[in-house]
Design a protein around this ligand. Sequence first.
Ligand SMILES: Cc1ncc(COP(=O)(O)O)c(C=O)c1O
Ligand SMILES: N[C@@H](CCCC[NH3+])C(=O)O
Length: 455
Amino acid sequence: MSDAVSDASNSQIRRLADWDASRLRDLADDHGTPLYVLDRERVRQNYARLEAAFPDAEVLYAAKANALGDVLETVLEAGGGIECASAGELRRALAAGATGDQVHYTAVNPPAADLDIAVEAAAEQPRMTITAGAEDTIDRLAERGYDGRLCLRVNPGIGAGHHEKVRTGADAKFGVPAERAVETVLEAAERGFDVVGIHAHVGSGVSSDDLEAHREFVSRMGDLARNVNEALEPAATDSSTAESAVSKGLEFVDVGGGFGVPYRETDAPLDLEAVATATRDALGPLDARLTIEPGRYLVADAGVLLTRVNTVKPAPETTVVGVDAGMTTLLRPAMYGSYHPICNLASDVDDRSTLEQTVTGPICESADVFCTDRRLPESARGDLLAIGNAGAYGYEMASTYNSRPRPASVVFEADGSSRIARRRETLDDVVRLERSGEERQTQSAETAGSPEVRR
Ligand SMILES: Cc1ncc(COP(=O)(O)O)c(C=O)c1O
Ligand SMILES: N[C@@H](CCCC[NH3+])C(=O)O
């Protein structure tokens, strides 16, 4: 890890070792651990690289990767829009200053309250797009009086991604089967919806090895878009139905996100140019804009998680290093077996010998492990460890399991300034929503006194 400020090059690879160790040590001293740190400039760089590779595409950042207001504002400032997977994300996007034309609401199996909020937001922001992934979601929108901009999420029948749990493209939960897409779009248009796009997402953490699957997927989307446009066309040109809402072709084809990043030190970066070229070629001739929805690519290497060593325990086959972050702070290793780089930030680390260590958290689950038998410089109590590539699906998947408060998040800027972007939860926060002990006692005393209970 460098002790000099990194040159923040615009390279596609930014390893954990490129972070400025002394700056991270200062942040941990100032704000405590566990601590998420986000480098805003790196989000800008990642956005710029993506924009350069896809100059004609609309970029919608998938807020689920990291919905921190600072991240959303950075993307909006850079010219992107926001893809929201819930009413909460929608609220955050609007609070960050997104206007309707910069927002797509794409919830899967949306709860009623979500739809109420999305329809309300769309009434105020008529350029907002709502994406439906089931025919009856369209009914539910119509029941709420919505007939605005609609995009249909399609299940393309092709999945890809770093783990089976994140491959959505062939999972029946996501999207209307491709073979029903044309009729669903037509019906929606005939009901008065302004059908503006079709959408699909194959999965998350797609690598250069998945290029063929990506090409096939985009080619299916291109064919589908042409079929949809053809089906919409007669009504658009037939003067007897000129009043019909079916009046134009698709505005955009949204091929989702999924662009992977290197996690292991030896992983090669995604060949973004190759993906962009394959996307353009596979889509074919189309009078509609390409839309992409990257999440991880924009934020993964912009974030690290800082955690302190609580305990070092020699065990027969490994040394167990207990840290103050756990699966409740960063779930990915426990959930997907994901690899995250780990670096000891102690200033004398170069003088230490290395040995195999298992880094674990404080949660009562055997899955609460960040790495098993990994060769790292010998750890000592009080050491500060950095866990890399924690900017995507890190804090967003954190929980308060075991009644552990969630960590704070700090954002730093290229000029060296930093600020708390989200404060650390306290134990009071963790119990805040529950009846207090006093309320419980009062209520049970009242119940005990009631004649029905005495009988
Ligand atoms: C609909 C949709 N769009 C975009 C994304 C972003 O994916 P990623 O973070 O892999 O780019 C996801 C997550 O997998 C998604 O479900
Ligand atoms: N949470 C997953 C990505 C899933 C994206 C949502 N569809 C991960 O950490 O890799």
